[in-house]
Design a protein around this ligand. Structure first.
Ligand code: SF4
Ligand code: SF4
Length: 110
């Protein structure tokens, strides 16, 4: 099992999750590759090989983008599993956690 970052992270990338992960398994995808949803846009993914399912990241995400396991969304689980190892070592510059979300569909959380 592993935690999974879902589509709510696309363009947001607060990187609050990256700050707390003890296994350093959050990887920054600066531009989603062609063939993926929202190609060219940024998001974070979790390397499923490295995640220890500690749960530290989930409450940190301002837009609730993190799913607590692969059972919740097979599609995004596969995307995290594909891209996590490929982007190993890529880190994002964190945003301020109370900054308004960039996407209108995430703004109802604030
Ligand atoms: S805290 Fe949430 S929005 Fe920010 S990078 Fe992590 S998953 Fe994405
Ligand atoms: S569950 Fe723990 S190990 Fe897995 S991505 Fe979140 S903080 Fe990192």
């Amino acid at each position: 099992m592993a935690h999974v970052i879902s589509q709510k992270c696309i363009t947001e990338v607060y990187a609050a999750c990256q700050q707390v992960c003890p296994a350093d398994c959050m990887q920054y995808v600066a531009q989603l590759p062609g063939g993926y949803p929202a190609s060219g846009q940024p998001m974070m993914v979790i390397d499923a090989n490295e995640c220890i399912d500690c749960g530290a990241c989930k409450p940190e995400c301002p837009v609730d983008a993190i799913l607590p396991g692969t059972d919740f969304d097979a599609y995004w689980s596969q995307i995290n599993a594909n891209l996590g190892p490929a982007y190993k070592g890529q880190k994002a510059a964190p945003r301020v956690k109370n900054e308004r979300p960039r996407r209108p569909d995430n703004q109802n959380r604030f």
